[in-house]
Design a protein around this ligand. Structure first.
Ligand code: C5J
Length: 224
């Protein structure tokens, strides 16, 4: 497989598609649709929906390659045994994790609101990982799975930029993965966090990784 290049910040990102996975973080109804976890925390979920169209394009183009695709879902077991009290009791949301909401129990596995949005539904052969934390590497076996597949680089997308995307990129960086974050395929409820969250990844010579718009990634796939 040829090495591909993406024009990125702070400098070109190169990757071998056979050793690269596309990661879609938490594109769940609970975060991007009204009546879910994101809204119970007081957020305007419409801001995250801008990510859906470019991410769909990225997913479609990636499916035409041999690359690995991994979807994650943040959520908890119905008995909440994997939800630490510190997470359950944090803040003053209108509904807490596990409470019944319009899309089912908030952030609970198996509920309608917990599942991935229709626009980005996984297909056969794609991995779907349930995670109890913000980072995709915590208590999921993701690292072992990626190692078994020979993955060295990650194309990172999903929500939210400063929470689960950032936590995951930092975890990945410490485990030796090279991460390219697609700037228009990650979203935040806070425009200023979006801007600064992305800047923090590529600053200091790429302290956590690389950042580029999806157009650059899509262009690189034309080299296949
Ligand atoms: C949050 C996430 N924001 N997926 N989760 O609580 O970023």
């Amino acid at each position: 497989m040829p090495e591909l290049f993406v024009d990125a910040e702070p400098y070109a990102f190169n990757f071998d598609p056979d050793h690269t996975a596309l990661l879609l973080i938490d594109m769940q109804r609970d975060f991007v649709e009204p009546g879910g976890f994101g809204e119970t925390l007081g957020n305007d979920v419409s801001l995250l929906r801008q990510v859906i169209a470019p991410l769909r394009e990225v997913l479609t183009a990636t499916r035409a390659t041999t690359m690995t695709v991994v979807h994650t879902r943040e959520g908890h077991l119905p008995d909440l045994s994997d939800c630490p009290p510190a997470k359950l009791n944090r803040g003053a949301p209108s509904l807490r994790i596990g409470d019944p909401g319009p899309k089912g129990r908030i952030l609970i596995r198996g509920e309608y609101g917990h599942d991935l949005i229709d626009e980005l539904s996984p297909i056969d052969g794609e991995l779907v990982l349930d995670k109890p934390g913000k980072g995709a590497f915590y208590a999921t076996g993701l690292h072992e799975t990626l190692q078994d597949l020979g993955i060295r680089s990650l194309i990172v997308t999903g929500v939210t930029t400063e929470v689960c995307v950032h936590t995951t990129v930092r975890e990945a960086n410490d485990r030796g993965y090279e991460c390219l974050v697609l700037s228009d395929c990650v979203g935040s409820y806070f425009p200023e966090f979006q801007e600064h969250g992305l800047a923090m990844i590529s600053a200091q010579g790429g302290i956590f990784g690389w950042v580029a718009p999806s157009a650059g990634y899509l262009k690189s796939l034309e080299g296949l």
